[in-house]
Design a binder for this molecule. Structure first.
Ligand code: NAP
Length: 254
């Protein structure tokens, strides 16, 4: 199979469901060797079996991104199994707190920032030397539309995604001399378990759809195509960008 990611090795965090799984599958379909990971070994095993059954080249390891030794194990798995690292898609996030900043408990704030920002930052630091050793690479952070238009309903999560966009921007500048491109993808409302509280409720879903130019919730595969493009050579002159994948929302009220 000739394809744009043939010979590349990719790590995708939180890749046993939702957007991460769609990205892992797409990178694999484009010819990359992909390391699958998430918190539960059982989910990792099932996903590796599923994607291998589709003819894709994958390996898996359990990795809660907030756990330092599991982040290290993720990197080691990629290097042992496939010989290096070219691509990191940092996709894991959590949102345990709803409401405004004034109502956000410190423990909730810490959890959100540990998983959504700090672990993405620390995992990036771990993979950069391996990318440098290969002569370059591509890193994609999965942010959110609420990192651009903060939402009062998920305030701390919004700030974390805004911070992640900042992390992406500064890594792009710092890693450019190493030939490592760094970009963020900012999805709008995408049909996954993460958004199910909103999108499975008919009246909330209808009101959300009114705020989207295309009038519908997105699919994980529609984010995966953009992430895969950013990892490919077709995006060779794109770094420090935030790609909106939201069906058209920024001029709307959310
Ligand atoms: P999802 O469907 O809930 O995905 C859950 C995946 O994440 C599973 O594979 C889960 O597996 C894994 N996971 C959860 N916590 C983890 C952790 N701490 N470490 C490692 N893996 C973890 O979520 P999603 O909607 O695809 O979201 C993916 C990304 O897109 C997130 O960064 C989210 O903020 C962003 N996003 C989503 C939407 C949306 O509307 N869905 C919109 C904007 C941005 P285990 O249970 O085995 O860990």
């Amino acid at each position: 199979m000739t394809s744009s990611l043939a010979g590349k090795v990719a790590i995708v965090t939180a890749s046993t469901a939702g957007i991460g799984l769609a990205i892992a599958r797409r990178l694999g379909q484009q010819g990359a060797q992909v390391v699958i990971s998430s918190r539960k070994q059982e989910n990792v095993d099932t996903t590796v079996q599923q994607l291998s059954g589709e003819g894709l080249s994958v390996a898996g390891v359990k990795c809660h991104v907030g756990n330092p030794s599991e982040r290290q194990a993720l990197v080691e798995r990629a290097v042992e199994k496939f010989g290096g690292i070219d691509i990191l898609v940092s996709n894991a996030a959590t949102n345990p707190v709803y409401g405004g900043l004034l109502d956000c408990p410190e423990a909730g704030w810490n959890k959100i920032f540990d998983v959504n920002v700090k672990s993405a930052y620390l995992l990036t630091k771990l993979v950069v030397p391996y990318m440098e050793a290969r002569g370059g690479g591509s890193i994609v952070f999965i942010a959110s539309v609420v990192g651009q238009i903060p939402s009062m309903g998920i305030a701390a999560y919004s700030v974390s995604k805004k911070a992640l966009i900042g992390v992406s921007d500064l890594f792009a500048k710092e890693c450019a001399p190493k030939n490592i491109r760094v970009n963020a993808v900012a999805p709008g409302f995408i049909d996954t378990s993460f958004s199910s509280v909103l999108v499975s409720n008919d009246s909330i879903r209808k009101s959300l759809e009114k705020s989207i130019y295309l009038g519908r919730i997105g699919k994980p595969e529609e984010v995966a195509g953009v992430a895969s493009f950013l990892c490919s050579n077709d995006a060779s002159y794109i770094t420090g960008a935030v790609m909106n994948v939201n069906g058209g929302m920024l001029g709307s009220t959310i």
